[in-house]
Design a protein around this ligand. Structure first.
Ligand code: NAD
Length: 359
């Protein structure tokens, strides 16, 4: 039976980059026998304009029925003055919560051809291929109690709570170990177990989960050291698993090691491996409609989708090899362009990946 993908282009460049990703998916279907059906839905400002909400029920239904969701981006100047409850970004938060996507996968991959785009030395980052697995629905961003209170002294005090239940740690642990099994089978669990009891438990549960994955090598690292190691020698890592807040910070740091926001895909998974796949960047309203956006992060999101939700690792490899070939040929969109390379449009970049797949 063919698998089903919900396609939600969203706003701004979302429309342009998803169109290129769909070209790639279509070639895999027509030329390589991939069996996948797609169904389109509206999300973000585009959905608000039609239905008065950034996440219409029809969209949620399409997403629930699908095996995976491919999303472009949401947001734009014209929706910034809307009430916060119906802003485009609410659509994104709503679909993540509605599908219970607790495991956020943020790869930091640096194609050797783009090593000069990084702020770090080429030999430190060239060939980097690291996966950060961030817990997305728990921890200090959601813990209760929270707020700002007034003390007896009259001074105000802000407070938040860092809580992790065993089942929350266990499920993100399993998610990370499953991913490690599809990669180099090494996990670094990042915590602050020397000062935070919640992450002392985190470490204990990670050890327990590791018992079910004897092929995977688990090590632990304190978050301050992990931050330092990420900029000192990032290639030492394969998979890094960590809490919501530590992952928020470390994944942005890792993304920036690669120097190019238009190249990085991401995934958010539920307990059964169903996922939503999207580029890490936003809707880039400053360049929307100009056919200059880089579609490669979205095309690489399709590759992740094939690997992690659709069980089509060969097809996933075909896409990454095609992207590699296109970069080798010297084609670059404006955001990754450098001297001596040939600048191409968003649609020409999509066409080039299609041609590389075919030939
Ligand atoms: P952004 O990521 O959209 O853009 C930041 C900069 O990077 C811009 O200069 C943009 O032109 C450039 N850029 C981004 N993607 C690119 C690509 N594929 N190719 C070439 N250049 C690219 O972030 P922003 O400007 O802070 O936010 C714009 C809108 O996007 C806002 O409404 C924001 O809320 C929304 N946003 C959405 C998501 C999402 O949908 N996941 C994520 C972040 C921001």
């Amino acid at each position: 039976m063919s698998k089903k993908v919900a396609v939600l282009p969203g706003d701004g460049i979302g429309q342009e980059i998803v169109a290129e990703a769909i070209k790639v998916l279509n070639v895999l279907r027509s030329d390589f026998g991939l069996s996948v059906e797609t169904e389109d839905g509206l999300i973000g400002g585009t959905a608000y304009d039609v239905h008065g909400t950034p996440l219409p029920d029809q969209t949620m239904e399409i997403a629930r029925e699908a095996d995976a969701v491919l999303l472009g981006a949401v947001g734009g100047y014209q929706w910034e003055s809307l009430d916060i409850a119906v802003r485009p970004e609410k659509g994104l938060l709503g679909i993540r919560a509605g599908l219970d996507l607790f495991s956020n996968l943020r790869p930091a991959i640096l194609y050797p051809q783009l090593a000069s785009a990084s702020t770090l030395r080429e030999d430190v980052v060239s060939g980097l291929d690291l996966m950060i697995v961030r817990e997305l629905t728990g921890g200090i961003y959601f813990g209760q109690p929270r707020g700002i209170r007034t003390l007896d002294s009259g001074e105000r005090q802000g407070f938040n709570t860092l809580v992790y239940a065993e089942h929350e740690i266990e499920r993100i642990g399993r998610s990370a170990f499953e991913i490690a099994m599809k990669r180099d089978k090494r996990i670094t669990s990042v915590d602050k177990a020397n000062v935070l009891e919640s992450t002392e438990l985190w470490r204990e549960v990670m050890e327990r989960v590791a018992g079910d994955y004897p092929e995977v090598e688990l090590s632990h690292m304190y978050v301050d050291n992990a931050a330092m190691q990420l900029v000192r020698a990032p290639k030492q890592f394969d998979v890094m698993v960590t809490t919501n807040m530590f992952g928020d910070i470390l994944s942005d740091c890792a993304a920036m090691l690669t120097g190019s926001i238009g190249m990085l895909p991401s995934a958010s998974l539920d307990a059964n491996g169903k996922g939503m796949y999207e580029p890490i960047h936003g809707s880039a309203p400053d360049i929307a409609g100009q056919n200059v956006a880089n579609p490669l992060a979205t095309i690489l999101s399709v590759s992740m989708m094939l690997r992690y939700s659709l069980d089509e690792a060969d097809m996933a490899d075909r896409i990454s090899q095609a992207v590699d070939k296109v970069l080798n040929s010297g084609l670059r969109t404006r955001d990754i362009h450098s001297e001596g390379m040939q600048e191409v449009s968003c649609s020409a970049m999509g066409d080039a990946v299609v041609a590389a797949l075919r030939g």
